[in-house]
Write a protein that binds this ligand. Sequence first.
Ligand code: GDP
Ligand code: MG
Length: 743
Amino acid sequence: MLTETTSEKKSNVEQKRKIIKIGLCGNPNSGKTCIFNALTGSRQHVGNWAGVTVEQKEGKVNFGEYEIRVVDLPGTYSLTAYSIEEVVARDFIIKEKPDVIVNIIDSTNLERNLYLTTQLIELGAKTVIALNMHDEAEHKGISIDKKKLGQLLGMPIIPTVGNRGHGIRELLGEVVAIYEKKEPLVRDQQINYGHEVEEELQKIQTEINKDRGLLDGFSTRWLSVKLLERDDEIVKEIRSTFPNQDAILKQVEKSQTHIEIRLNDETEIIMADNRYGFIKGLLQEVYRHRNADRRTISDRIDKVMTNRFLGVPILFGLLWVMFQATFTVGSYPMEWIDGLVGMISSFFTNIIPEGLVRDLVVDGVISGVGGVLVYLPNILILFFFISLFEDTGYMARAAFIMDRVMHTIGLHGKSFIPMIMGFGCNAPAIMATRTLENKTDRMITILINPLISCSARLPVYVLLAGAFFEEKAGNVIFGIYVTGIVLAILVGQLFRKTIFKGEASPFVMELPPYRLPLLKSVLIHMWEKGSIFLEKIGGIILAASIVIWFISAFPRNVEYSKNYSERVASIETQYDSRMATLNNPEEIEIITAEKTSQIDTIQAQQENERISKSYAGRIGKFIEPVLRPLGFDWKAGIALITGIAAKEIVVSTFGVLYQTGVEENEKSDGLREAVKRNMTPLTSLAFMFFTLIYIPCLGTMGIMYRELGSARWTLFAVVYGISLAWIVAFIVYQGGLILGFKG
Ligand code: GDP
Ligand code: MG
């Protein structure tokens, strides 16, 4: 072991050599011993590691003003606790804290050798890579983009030929550069395990952090990863020293069960898969083999799916299928639910006597909540597809495919995953940006995320597109979603050029193997996400419906411009006197119907005037001037305001506002018809665009605030969103008018 004796220290002070401790780490047969010999020459010492019979070799070399002490670690493929060699190598890195690790890699077997590198990354070890057997790799026609590999790993790369001593001085040069913190490539890197595992890691970290004082410099993330992998040594470590051990280990068990149910495999295997996914992503970018034969099924699928030219069309094709299915398949169960809501509505209309209570239940709660509930099938179908993309491993490919496009806006393909997740819900999507280490990359990715249309906005599109564009509705909805992506990319580019100047930092995109998804786990994922929607219905949407009903129902006694009751009375007397002269029952029936319809019309007019003078009406009228140029009436304005709480509430608001004051015989036509009476195809289109862009919902704003760590940037997101929404809706509406569409 490299302990310094006092006499050594003194002589060092005399010689003024700085001591650098390094460890050589690599797979068996990667050429460690050769490099060790080339480094240290004859100045070696062979012994055993304390307590075990594994050979330990130490040596030193003077290099400029440095004395570099070298320890040859046992050859290992990994740093788990499965073998004594692994434990020795790992303990050395954790406990002796060498200044630099030299990771020796057999270039002819990059994929397997890099697995150990992923472990070093996780340990946060400052590492230089010796790309050994370089001669053989060249001989075999393997070419490796060393510059890019170094950037992606955040570690300098030195090609070496161990048995001939090539590259040794360069290696020592890098050791010194890293020690002196002068190597610009060095940065913290992370392996991303996919959000399901990441969420659980977060929970374990929270528990470990309660014992923060005990960590002694090594990261909670690493501990959590090891615990999830059931690493015995670390479990022992936790048991022996951490006061919070029970809570920690309990959380670990819970997380393991959670992951194993969700992903249907053992946690260790899932984590290893993700590490190989990381490596595969790396190799995809830096590794070329002259006569490579692609072997695995994953490779063959990828040859098509991530093809340079086919990748993007396939991605958008799949998204198109997703939105078409969401709309068309969803329309059948939607009608059943709609019918059910209608039945419930008439049931309550019949059993509750006329009055405020009935209005509250029927016009407020049932119209508001029922109006949104009908979109449950659409939302579940959307989530079904998103879960399918995630579970098959296609989501990771989407990021890979979009990488080139994203680079044109100065972002990385990794920023695209939160964008696709945003189709579901922006809140978890924004949390998923945590995998981006670079602060400005992350800020931009967060700020553009609300432009990705979430499932809560889907009901608005399904309602309006369904009402106005009939069989083209699926395409219109797809168009809106694509507009969201395009806007996000453009706005991201603008931010990159103005507020957040700089380059995207290099990243490895994990390419986990394709998996045949289990229907059960896809359905579980779908349901998990979809149930958030149901919770919202029972919570905020219900509350908002009541509030909206209240502000539209009160005040009760408004000053009417006309005396409606007098008119009703006069119609009644008029008809009554007419009917007195009739005795044919058929005629009486016709005239009675005519009378009721006239009275209905007048009462509806009265209700319309009342609602326009209600609190909602007053607020709506107040903001109407701003919305007029976009073709929106005050009711649409109210819907947009209430939609800030949650976007589904836009539909609830339509349900309440567009259906009160509707003549009784038209009420049964449903919301679609009610909307048709209040909007045109053009205004509905402008309205859909406005809904797409204008503001993140309250929940998302909360998450943004937390993740951005700044109220000002959150406010910025809101302000730019509203401004952009107004501009886009203005262009759509006014442009449509110019083209001769009806406003
Ligand atoms: P260790 O198990 O990691 O200590 O590996 P060794 O240093 O014992 O090397 C394993 C074998 O690879 C030996 O036969 C070395 O001569 C050979 N070797 C090491 N480095 C290189 C290299 O860069 N190129 C070639 N062609 N052979 C190498
Ligand atoms: Mg050896």
